[in-house]
Design a protein around this ligand. Structure first.
Ligand SMILES: [Zn+2]
Length: 315
């Protein structure tokens, strides 16, 4: 599926910035080999709620791991999360960079090769998470994954769940173009949570509630920073033939990814919902913080991403 620019007029400053750009589709090198990805498509049915054995800790982690601060209480459904399904289908028609350029699902699947390679080079003991492309809805160890939940990382099953229709939501509800690099920023952010799980950050800084300098916000901003670090190096990872998976991002693509980061800032989401901005309820950080930490990673790499040692006033 090719991306089309935002249609219709939007009123927010974020939309004004986003709609001034056209989206460049080409991101992958057409001849890069991406068929080795292990992403799976799963779902197509509404999973039953209940029957899982996952404790409250997993649910709390899930709440901070979702990409936006949108209300996920519906996900929890008042019962225990459903037991995760296994299996799923390999992503069809996804063997070259050209396939990845032409299809949202293949793009996400292909990008896992680049992101995994990035982290393998930087983190001893890195192991690949699973990427599940959610078709309507499927169960995870953290509850039911669907478009309503947004993309998230589930620590107990070390799996990233993304329903690609979320990007339509980004365009329509959060007023941003959600072009190819913005989509990969979202994916890299969730992989950042996987890294936090592996490094022990999630365990060391458990979610301690909301607020502008809460552990939750620090965790989210670090994931944004990790995503920026990968974006800066996205032209460096290569396939088995030495062909870079991705072309170095253009300034326009980076602007698009930054616009996505701004669009999902807690203050912007609250404003879109007609609410007064309330930093005490922040879970992911403001638009300004999310774009600034994404940029910190882009400029300084993963070593620039220690959001936990920064004083709250300069977070
Ligand atoms: Zn997150």
């Amino acid at each position: 599926m090719l991306h089309t620019p935002l249609d219709g007029e939007k009123s927010s400053p974020v939309a004004a910035a986003a709609s001034a750009r056209t989206v460049t589709v080409v991101t992958f090198n057409d001849n890069a080999r991406v068929g080795g990805n292990t992403a799976k498509r799963r779902g197509g049915t509404v999973a039953a709620v209940g029957g899982g054995a996952v404790g409250l800790g997993a649910i709390v982690v899930l709440l901070i791991s979702a990409f936006t601060g949108t209300d996920l209480t519906g996900l929890l459904g008042g019962g225990a999360p459903a037991a995760p399904q296994s299996g799923g289908e390999a992503i069809a028609n996804c063997s070259t960079g050209q396939d990845a350029n032409n299809d949202d699902t293949c793009r996400l699947a292909a990008a896992t090769l680049s992101i995994d390679q990035f982290w393998q080079e930087r983190l001893d003991g890195y192991r690949e998470p699973q990427l599940i492309i959610v078709d309507q809805s499927t169960s995870s160890a953290c509850g039911t994954a669907s478009n309503a939940t947004g993309p998230f990382y589930c620590p107990p099953d070390e799996t990233v769940y993304v329903d690609p229709t979320f990007f339509s939501t980004l365009r329509e509800q959060y007023d941003t173009t959600a072009g190819p690099l913005a989509q990969l920023y979202v994916l890299a952010h969730e992989y950042g949570h996987h890294v936090q799980n592996l490094t022990g950050v999630m365990q060391e800084y458990p979610n301690n509630g909301t607020g502008p300098d809460s552990n939750g916000v620090r965790t989210e901003l670090q994931a944004d920073c990790y995503a920026g670090a990968w974006v800066a190096a996205a032209g460096e990872q290569v396939d088995e033939n030495g062909t870079p998976y991705l072309q170095p991002p253009t300034d326009q693509q980076i602007s698009d990814a930054l616009a996505a980061a701004a669009a999902v800032g807690d203050d912007h989401i609250q404003a879109e919902a007609g609410q007064v901005t309330n930093p005490e309820s922040f879970t992911h950080g403001s638009s300004e913080q999310r774009t600034r930490w994404f940029d910190a990673g882009r400029q300084g790499g993963v070593n620039a991403c220690d959001t936990f040692s920064v004083a709250g006033s300069s977070l």
